[in-house]
Design a protein around this ligand. Structure first.
Ligand code: ZN
Length: 378
């Protein structure tokens, strides 16, 4: 490997492990301290990274750690959710510099997209010359990396590119997929070989991560576990199919079980029902148990089918498990093949929470920047 690709590797390490020391980076790259100094010098000269003395140099020789350069490149990330959006600016190493948010209503794609675009323009002006690209997370299906269909809040064929039409670097994806990417890079799935990530908000989305990379499918639409027909056959899903698994796990289904009208804010409604279940309300507990069982059974099916060594639950899924842990556990275990039951694949809760899709959106743009930098120096 010549010096330049090696410098890129050092840059990637510094991004993935903020605060990594020069010595540790050298060890991971398998190079000596002299070569590491040369690489560090070439990187510091680019204005991408800076170094500072480590604060934790309690013993041994003092060393230096990599941090984002004070005027280094930034990536913007937008998350479009049911009823709201958020825009964050990230420096190298997942360092958040700014965040703004707004609300939108179900029928408002014509107004919401220009509002987000205006916020992006303002953010670029706030950090002049530094913003290199945009990543967008959508709570729906994202076709061809740009067209958002969010059936749960009535958006169809929304061109996410319109948020920043001339963005030099652009990526967009489904929120659950991006949350899975974030957990794989910076969360609970960093050491897993095959992770099944399940994210419930309005319906259920997910992703399979193999060695940290998303299994994308032929049209980059894989991971729609919510639309496997493993749910209540009485329910018609907004996707057009009947009995979808995700439609038996969300707030709208909890309302169906409790004889309430369909909620306008299914996530908030589900949170309130699950809190009531946690507090001992009988009807809410019965509904939560039913949903937890459905979640456990389907999770077992995915573990069996995909040979997963980790399941990560995000969004409302951890709250469902907490509201009815025994219901989830027994259904999960009963659904596992006998050979798997002795040491069941662990089920962990996502650690990045609501930040996951935003972090994942930013993390899909940084590799585009690496590619651009490699091309520039070639
Ligand atoms: Zn469906």
């Amino acid at each position: 490997m010549s010096l330049r690709p090696m410098a890129m590797e050092m840059l990637r390490l510094a991004h993935l492990h903020p605060g990594i020391t020069r010595a540790e980076a050298a060890r991971r790259l398998g190079i000596g301290s002299g070569a590491a100094s040369d690489l560090a010098a070439s990187l510091l000269g680019t204005g991408l990274l800076a170094e500072r003395p480590t604060q934790a140099a309690g013993r041994g020789r003092p060393t230096r750690e990599f941090v984002a350069a004070p005027r280094g490149p930034l990536v913007l990330a937008v998350a479009i959710r049911h009823g709201s959006w958020r825009l964050d600016a990230f420096a190298l190493g997942d360092r958040r510099l700014a965040s703004v948010s707004g609300r939108h209503h179900g029928d408002s794609q014509a107004r919401a997209v220009p509002a987000i675009a205006t916020a992006v323009t303002a953010m670029r002006r706030r950090f002049p010359g530094r913003v290199r690209g945009l990543g967008v997370s959508g709570a729906g299906t994202v076709r061809e990396g740009r067209w958002l269909d969010a059936t749960t809040f009535g958006w169809r064929g929304v061109d996410l590119r319109r948020i920043w039409p001339r963005a030099p670097l652009f990526a967009a994806g489904n929120d659950a997929t991006l949350a899975a990417i974030a957990e794989g890079l910076r969360g609970t799935a960093r050491t897993s070989d095959l992770t099944v990530h399940l994210h419930i908000d309005v319906g259920l989305g997910g992703a399979v991560l193999q060695a940290g990379a998303v299994v994308e499918g032929a049209h980059r639409l894989a991971g729609e576990f919510g639309h496997m027909p493993m749910g209540d056959q009485r329910i018609h899903c907004p996707c057009g199919a009947r009995g979808c698994w995700g439609a038996s796990l969300d707030g709208t289904y909890l309302a169906f079980l409790l004889d309430d009208p369909p909620p306008t804010d299914p996530v908030g409604y589900a949170q309130r029902v699950l809190e009531r279940a946690h507090a001992g309300d009988r009807a809410a507990r019965a509904a939560a148990r039913r949903v937890a069982r459905t979640l456990g059974r389907g999770t077992a099916g995915l573990v069996n089918a995909l040979d997963a060594d980790l399941v990560v639950l995000g969004g409302l899924a951890p709250d469902i498990v907490k509201a009815a842990p025994a219901g989830f556990d027994s259904s999960y275990r009963d659904g596992l093949m006998a050979a798997r039951r002795e040491i069941p694949t662990p089920v962990q809760h996502a650690v990045l929470g609501e930040e996951g899709p935003l972090i994942g959106a930013a993390e899909t743009v940084w590799p585009l920047l690496w590619r651009q930098l490699s091309a520039e120096t070639r």
